[in-house]
Design a protein around this ligand. Structure first.
Ligand code: ADE
Length: 241
């Protein structure tokens, strides 16, 4: 997969050279390219923004600069992602869908955002454009969202996470539940003991305990996820939890 990130702060994306995403890049699984948007400016001051038509606070990013950059970077298969607090909320199903793409282009806006004609123009030109929000809060720009999207997508690419089984049971996975609590050695720490069942070696009982805990946690922390569950996936014991 190829991912291009366009930003006025390329250094913000430096952490993508670390850890699993960095290794995926080195292994040739992920071709990650970070570009400085100012490379596409033509004036002495390398201007990327201007005042909003209609008035109001802040600055808006100019469509001509974004257009020049995106014309160079987009390929015929590219899916253009525009991080914005007014986008659709980015969640695990979107990460899975994006992991099947061959080319993602992430355009990081700053200030009050990118002139709305940029999304409109590329949609009209037949480019798939998704405006994505990390959640209901406002960041200073799209760079943190780009970090989040790249990491969430890259770890789903075959060969990135060492043991693919670790992708199966995690929170926001197929079960639609949060993950159960996890424990490791030592079995007793500061007076707190690992639940006996996990030391029992009894696989069926362990699986049941984990499902009960996942259900309890989800009910307490994310009742919205519990109500969204298909009742068909619940067994008789689940209903008692
Ligand atoms: N840019 C600013 N706020 C954002 C958010 N919540 N999600 C994605 N991009 C953003």
């Amino acid at each position: 997969m190829r991912i291009d990130v366009l930003t006025i702060f390329p250094d913000y994306l430096a952490p993508l050279r670390l850890s699993l995403v960095g290794k995926a890049h080195e292994a040739g699984i992920l071709d990650l390219r970070v570009h400085d948007l100012r490379e596409w400016t033509t004036d002495r001051h390398r201007t990327v923004d201007d005042t909003p038509f209609g008035g109001g606070a802040g600055m808006v990013m100019r469509p001509d600069v974004w257009g020049a950059a995106l014309d160079d970077v987009l390929t015929p298969d590219a899916h253009l992602l525009l991080p914005t607090p007014s986008g659709e909320v980015f969640a695990q199903p979107t990460a899975h869908a994006l992991a099947h793409e061959t080319h993602l282009v992430i355009a990081c806006g700053r200030y009050e955002g990118i002139d709305a004609r940029v999304a409109e123009h590329y949609r009209a030109a037949g480019v798939r454009v998704s405006e994505l929000s990390l959640g209901d809060y406002v960041l200073n720009g799209g760079e943190v969202a780009a970090l989040v999207v790249v990491e969430a997508v890259a770890r789903l690419l075959p060969g990135v996470v060492g043991n693919p089984e670790s992708l199966v049971e995690e929170s926001h996975g197929e079960a639609g539940l949060l993950e159960y609590p996890v424990f490791t050695k030592p079995p007793s720490w500061r007076g707190l003991d690992v639940p006996d069942v996990l030391l029992s070696g009894h696989h069926a009982r362990i699986a049941r305990w984990r499902r009960d805990e996942a259900l309890r946690r989800t009910a307490a922390r994310r009742p919205d996820m519990l109500s969204a569950l298909d009742p068909g996936v619940l067994d008789a014991r689940d209903r008692d939890v």
